[in-house]
Structures are given as structure tokens and as C-alpha cells.
Design a protein around this ligand. Structure first.
Ligand code: COA
Length: 160
């Protein structure tokens, strides 16, 4: 029987958690766009207050992760990735929804993210209710020095 998806959220990611996230990171991000983070970058972010790592697993197999930072009433989705072998099964949406719930639970009133212009992830963010509010030219530097624009997206959380 196929294992159900579990999403475990941690504010104190262990070395095995970082290793699992890196397995997905290395497979998920096309190298030419320069979007992937290194393990030290990920560990460094996790050492800061308000950082949260959500890892989606099928049994013991890591299939996706999200990195969120919530601080001073605002949350930023820093990374979201699903392994290419496990896309199109709503894992990305479930990770995003979980991050939105966590952000709201931590008191954030809005959630922000940056995404490379042309990244198909924009479909997912738009369907979840995010709207574009800014455009940053040449924000990402790819592996061969090529530059790519970033689009800034936002969603309001909760109800006053
Ligand atoms: C973006 C990403 C996380 C989506 O993961 P996923 O598990 O395949 O997404 P889901 O199956 O949850 O899709 C959710 C919705 O977004 C839509 N969507 C996702 N990827 C899409 C694509 N490439 N083209 C069109 N629509 C897409 C789905 O159709 C789905 O809509 P539906 O609910 O109406 O069917 C995955 O493609 C990925 O890891 N990309 C590389 C890393 C990356 O660029 N991350 C974003 C920047 S940090």
C-alpha cells in the first residue's frame, strides 16, 4: 500500500532534516536559474528566530519541503520545492497551505514570496490566492551569469 503524505514542521531542524531537504533541493531546482540554496545557507537560516522548515515525506522518503520565516507580523516563504518524481499530486499545495496555517498561527497578517518570472510555481501561488505586487528586474543570477527578473507576491492572512 502506498504511504500517505506526512508534513512535519520544525523550528529546530536536525542535521537529518537538513539532509532530507537538500535531497529535494538538489533535484527540484534547475541549476541554470540560481534559485537553489546550499546546506550551509539552509542551516544558517534555520538558526535565526522565526524560521520554520516543513518537510513532506512518503513514509521515510522526503518528497518536498518549504522554508518559512515569520517575524514582526509578516511571514516570508523563502523556498518551496517538490521532487520532480512526485509533482502534480498536490504535495506543493499542501506544503503551501501548511505554511500559511503556521504563519497565521504565529500571528502573521500577511505572507510574501519572491519567484522567478516565468517559473511555473506562479500557477500554484495564484491558485492559492497570492497576488503580484512588485517586479524586481535582474534579481536572480543564473549559473552562467544570466539574470532573471523576480516577481513579488503577497497574500493577506486571517480575518480581523
Ligand atoms: C512549484 C512546485 C513546488 C509545485 O509542486 P507540485 O506538488 O507539483 O504542485 P501541486 O501538485 O500541489 O499543484 C498545485 C496547483 O498548482 C498547479 N501547478 C503546479 N505546477 C504547475 C505547472 N508547472 N504548470 C501549471 N500549473 C501548475 C497545479 O495544476 C495545481 O492546480 P490544481 O490544484 O488546480 O490542480 C514544483 O513544481 C517545484 O518544486 N518546482 C521547482 C522548485 C521551485 O521553483 N519552487 C518555487 C520557487 S521557491
Amino acid at each position: 500500500m502506498a504511504a500517505d503524505l506526512t508534513i512535519r514542521v520544525s523550528m529546530r531542524a536536525t542535521d537529518p532534516d537538513i539532509a532530507d531537504a537538500m535531497k529535494v533541493m538538489k533535484a527540484a531546482f534547475p541549476p541554470q536559474y540560481g534559485e537553489a540554496w546550499s546546506a550551509p545557507q539552509l542551516s544558517g537560516m534555520m538558526s535565526l528566530p522565526g524560521s520554520l522548515l516543513a518537510i513532506a515525506r512518503l513514509g521515510d522518503l522526503p518528497v518536498g519541503f518549504a522554508l518559512l520565516r515569520s517575524i514582526a507580523g509578516e511571514a516570508e516563504l523563502l523556498l518551496l520545492a517538490v521532487h520532480p518524481d512526485h509533482r502534480g499530486c498536490s504535495h506543493g499545495r499542501r506544503l503551501l497551505d501548511r505554511c500559511m496555517n503556521e504563519a497565521e498561527g504565529s500571528g502573521a497578517k500577511a505572507m510574501f514570496l519572491e519567484v522567478r518570472s516565468g517559473n511555473p510555481a506562479i500557477h500554484l501561488y495564484s491558485k492559492a490566492g497570492f497576488f503580484q505586487y512588485n517586479h524586481r528586474p535582474d534579481y536572480y543570477v543564473g549559473s552562467n551569469g544570466e539574470r532573471f527578473d523576480a516577481l513579488s507576491y503577497k497574500i493577506m492572512l486571517g480575518h480581523d
